[in-house]
Design a protein. Structure first.
Length: 493
């Protein structure tokens, strides 16, 4: 009887996981890349040790996906699907020591709770560096938590867990710089807990640290070759100059958005994880590591959100390591069946509406009478790319350009190549670095600009600019947006 009840208790989580997986697959198959996805996708066509905006793993993964499936929406989203599969495998392997009394329930409920968190669901679906950060950060914390947990119970712990944790932490660092919070959290736990402090005398701790650092050396090597340009990009270049003062508006905004996107029904469990009693056994060791990782991430990101020059930059996904350590072990802290059901319902509602909104674009925006450029301009890139290619052939232009990095990236995806594509935004970006050794000066350029761009907007880049006319994109018989084609002669980079 008890077994039948237990199995019945897993029906809802399993159905929820199946539903979210279907949403992921449908989105991956049919929705073209958005501006950032297209931009990161292009990194795969230019293999480098690292990149201006982020660490290199998202670009390397995109390059492999392009070799397997070509320039298709499914290829763009393939790395996220693979990393999500690896994450699921890691959660399944960890369930036996996190919840030895009922690992099956822990796994299925935990996976359902993770999938139902709109923020984590989206970030494990989109071609952002975050899907890799989430995967390898989770694996790193689980392996290190298991190692610390064994030592907490009096044994030496398996060195395999320590070195695997270091390996995954290095891969997280190759994914996104936020991974540094895991290393900082580990140091705080080891130095602050008497039962772990003797690890400071173990050579294996330092060898594991060296392994993590060695894996992230490509980032250091590339930046050393480029005068540490990423440091400048993530400091002065990213932050506006509208003043430098501190206020709570930015903090309130990002916390409110995070409550919505992570889920209001997990809030109490998150507070228990962060500030409640530490669990006994190996679960407690994981909790300490995850707690300090989350707290350090929160302090760092919320401090930025309180600074006026950075406040508009800080978004909920910047705080992913503030939530992830809790969410991957949420069944240990969320015991209420109603909280679980409400969270699953919340995730189904939000993610269903989001998927429908993008899959059916522009019908929802037309029906609701709203203007959302990102949603409608996700589609139609092949139409405007064909028009730009035809104009380039007609006028003998060697290059095609757009006026923002995002529009340029989507245009390149529509063209199926970025070999003759340039960015006229004037902002630092990979497009400029890729073409800095090419002789583009003096060439004719077809410019693709959303809306009614005037020739004068591009006069500084050319000796002359003329309007070629508008191009309208459409889907389901409805207008998506209008692009203006222009011809610039004698390009001045």
């Amino acid at each position: 009887m008890g077994l039948r009840v237990a199995r019945r208790d897993l029906v809802l989580p399993r159905l929820a996981v199946a539903y979210f997986l279907i949403l992921k697959l449908v989105y991956a198959l049919f929705v073209p890349p958005n501006i950032d996805e297209a931009y990161y996708w292009l990194w795969g066509a230019h293999p480098q040790w690292s990149y201006l905006d982020h660490a290199p793993l998202v670009g390397w993964a995109a390059g492999v996906a392009a070799l397997v499936l070509g320039w298709t929406p499914m290829a763009v989203h393939l790395p996220a699907l693979v990393s999500f599969g690896v994450l699921v495998y890691g959660l399944a392997r960890s369930a036996s020591w996190l919840a030895p009394e009922d690992p099956q329930r822990h796994f299925w409920v935990g996976l359902a709770l993770l999938c139902a968190s709109p923020l984590l669901n989206a970030l494990t679906t989109l071609n952002y560096p975050d899907h890799l950060l989430i995967c390898f950060s989770a694996l790193a914390m689980l392996q290190l938590g298991r190692y610390l947990g064994a030592r907490r119970e009096g044994s030496e712990g398996r060195l395999r867990d320590l070195y695997l944790g270091a390996l995954f932490m290095g891969l997280a660092g190759l994914s996104k710089y936020n991974a540094v919070f895991i290393a900082l959290g580990l140091l705080v736990v080891i130095a602050g807990q008497p039962e772990f402090r003797r690890l400071l005398r173990s050579p294996h701790l330092y060898l594991a640290g060296m392994l993590t650092v060695a894996i992230t050396l490509p980032v250091v090597w590339w930046n050393a070759q480029h005068h540490f340009v990423s440091v400048g990009f993530h400091t002065a270049e990213r932050f506006n100059s509208s003043g430098s003062h501190f206020e709570l508006d930015g903090v309130t905004a990002v916390l409110t958005a995070s409550l919505f996107y992570v889920s209001p029904f997990l809030a109490w469990g998150l507070l228990r994880f962060l500030f409640g009693r530490v669990l006994g056994g190996p679960q407690g060791a994981y909790q300490l590591l995850g707690r300090w990782t989350a707290l350090l991430s929160s302090v760092g990101m919320l401090a930025l959100a309180s600074w006026s020059a950075a406040a508009d930059q800080v978004k909920p996904h910047w705080l992913v390591l503030s939530f992830l350590p809790f969410v991957i072990v949420a069944p240990l802290f969320v015991k209420s069946r109603w909280a679980i059901r409400l969270h699953l319902a919340w995730g189904v509602l939000v993610m269903s509406l989001a998927a429908l909104y993008y899959l059916a674009a522009p019908l929802p925006t037309t029906l609701l009478g709203i203007r959302d450029r990102e949603a409608v301009e996700t589609y139609g890139q092949e139409q405007v790319a064909a028009a730009a290619r035809a104009a380039a052939e007609l006028h003998g232009a060697e290059l095609i350009a757009s006026n923002t990095y995002g529009n340029t990236a989507k245009l390149a995806f529509g063209l199926g190549t970025d070999s003759n594509v340039i960015d006229l935004s004037g902002r630092p970006g990979q497009f400029r670095l890729w073409r800095e050794d090419l002789s583009d000066a003096g060439k004719a350029v077809v410019i693709v600009a959303p809306g009614g761009a005037a020739p004068e907007a591009f006069a500084a880049h050319f000796n002359s600019v003329e309007t070629l006319g508008p191009v309208e994109t459409e889907r389901f018989g409805h207008r998506l947006t209008t692009y203006q084609l222009l011809l610039g002669r004698d390009f001045k980079p």
